[in-house]
Ligand binder design. Structure first.
Ligand SMILES: [Zn+2]
Length: 176
């Protein structure tokens, strides 16, 4: 049997949970590595059935190419459509969270409610930040994100003011 070199790292794409672990390259003559237990064959990348193999049969190759082109084309087409719709939905969800935050801010009576509003705003901002620049709704999303950002800052200031004013006697610069 000819030897094979193992360095403890499986390269065949398979998982060997209890085996392996990088070690100096070691030449093995048995079926499993004497150092780390990886089996012979794991040191080589697994041979995949390449496209070139399929394409070597002319007619099959032509069909394959056509099917691949159709698949790629339709995926590109539909992902464009679905992507646009998805971004619009993300935008609408973000605005719903933003609106909720605003209505809490308008009616709040405690810092806890402001914290709730801030959570909603952060949710809205994180949703808006998922919308990529190529999306049609991006400009609107960016504008909303900026206004939510500054609102979030105002709320943070107000919350810290609440905390400031929670102590007795209230400091002079307390707004509430
Ligand atoms: Zn080994």
């Amino acid at each position: 049997m000819s030897g094979w070199i193992c360095d403890g790292i499986a390269k065949d794409g398979k998982n060997y949970p209890d085996l392996g672990g990088a070690h100096e390259p070691y030449e093995n003559y048995s079926l499993d590595c004497e150092i780390c237990g990886l089996p012979k064959g794991s040191e080589k990348p697994s041979s995949k059935i390449g496209l070139s193999k399929i394409l070597s049969k002319p007619i099959l190759g032509i069909f394959t190419v056509i099917i691949i082109l159709l698949a790629v084309g339709s995926v590109a087409y539909f992902s464009g459509l679905i992507g646009g719709k998805r971004h619009l939905r993300t935008y609408e969800e973000a605005l719903a969270s933003g609106e909720e935050a605003l209505s809490i801010v308008r009616t709040h009576t405690s810092p806890e409610e402001l914290e709730q509003a801030q959570k909603q705003l952060n949710l809205a901002i994180s949703k808006l930040s998922q919308i990529p620049p190529k999306a049609a709704i991006y400009v609107d999303a960016e504008a909303k994100m900026n206004s939510y950002d500054s609102l979030s800052l105002q709320i943070a200031n107000k919350i810290s003011n609440f905390e400031l004013c929670a102590v007795e006697p209230k400091p002079d610069d307390c707004l509430f």
